[in-house]
Ligand binder design. Sequence first.
Ligand code: NG1
Length: 574
Amino acid sequence: MANGIRAVAGVRMKPRSTNQVHSLSLRRPTMAADEPIPVFTNLTELYGSLGTSLNHAERWNNLTDEFEKRFGKKPTYIVRAPGRVNLIGEHIDYALFGVLPAAIERDILIACAPREIVPNSPVDEQHHAPGSVVAENLHPKYTRQVFAPTQTKTSTEDVHVEGWHLDIPKELRWENYVKAGYYGVLTEHFTGASDHPTPVDMLVTGTVPAGSGLSSSAAMVVSSTLTFLAMNGKLEPGAEKVTKGDLVKLSMENEKRVGVNSGGMDQAASVISVPSSMLYITFYPSLTASPTPLPTGAVLVCAHSLKVSDKALTAERGYNLRVVETLVGARVLARALGVALGPKEKITFREVVGRYAGEVDVGRGGRGMDEGALMEVLGRMGEAVEALKPKSQTSGTPHPEFGVTMEEMVSMSGMEKEEFEEVYMSWIKVDATHFKLYKRAKHVFSEALRVLQLRKLCLENASANNPDTNTAALLELGRLMNDSQTSCAQDFECSCAELDELTQIARDAGAYGSRLTGAGWGGCTVSLVPEDKVGEFIEKVARAYEPYRGLEGEALSEVLFATRPSVGACVYKF
Ligand code: NG1
């Protein structure tokens, strides 16, 4: 089994500035997000909630035994947070369009217990500091860490400010994710001078594969956040209720501290997911999460291309460039459609669509236009995005893919150069001579529409409850996934030769549909496969995809595995 921390090590770091992609207004989440975090005290119920396809008991028991061996006591809690797979809706969360991911069965587990501070015991100083943490990992590669937060007090005549500090180096280290989770809990829940966080011993393990677009980083940050909430009595009956939505919000903030951009998709999927359903997550006008049941008779198969996309290195020409192209594209489109726009506003495509359609109910907690109305406006955007093609390129050879130079882009934005740089360039580093506003917009609008079409199909199929139409729905879902892959490859250019090949092999091996999942440029594909043909499908893919040659047994199942939409984060109390 892959180790969760190995997974964390494969996660890319994006420049901290990417966090300013948009200021997601996280108003009160609705529906599933309003429920409390599940705390189990009964193992049968816990394993029942996790489903039967994993050998939970063995893994949980092994973690408990190891914890006891290392720390000389039983854990008080084991917390669990899963990775996620995105079925459809790629690179549109930061344009604030809805996405359709689900938690997968692979997860991060953390066993933890409070540590009694024994005065004058022969251990290092950090052990004795208030709220100190001893963090160990089952994977020997990740060494034991001991750290403690410090509290800074600033007092002037008028103000008295208390703040927490934890060193989170920019260098990628496994304990950064633990610290990121802790930091948010300290900042949010320990605001008074007399509040003292509990010293914690913890042991981490995980099965989310490395750097694969299955969000091991979100699983790690969610589980760490949950550990410190549990350890400090924040999940106990009588404490102020922490909802799933609260945990998403806190984990999103926490993940920013490890330098990755959080569109919100990964944390929401890891926390709110329910078994057998995809989760339709919206970000605008508010964060909502609604279960969307897949038609029966199909499972998801994740396949790692084995191309590791070092996104930290490629961000300037990859992820970050796409963020800038989509944001500037939104401004240019808003101007072309005559949509009201603040002088320095960093409007997103979703907001442009809303204002263009005269959307109401976008205030605090509002739900905005309904899905049917949104589909109708999105259908009209195909023509509108023509405005993002360069008007004329008077000098030099016109860019074959409708790319515009920086100069042209500034002029299309209607801003002065300095102002443009301040709003769009000062917080993010990109490296390009041409910016493909038209192609990026074409992908975003078509992908946002596919998400809604897929969701509609799933909902209609569930209410029809008819075996004859179920297969037709699966075929149509597959077509939408394939179209998404084409759009990602051709218009958003976030695929790569390996992902293109693997998705084609998957279709030839009997998948209804197959596409890349996550940011792309490497990492995993997701395929929708008939349930009764999974074994055969896996064999065919394993034979046909050259990089899998020589892999068998556990080594193969680490990179090629079936998963069902699974349940979100939970806590087991001993
Ligand atoms: P990955 O790289 O798969 O975790 C990233 C973003 C998502 C989303 C997808 C593309 C992070 C932490 N996550 O996912 O928010 O934008 O790319 O759909 O950067």
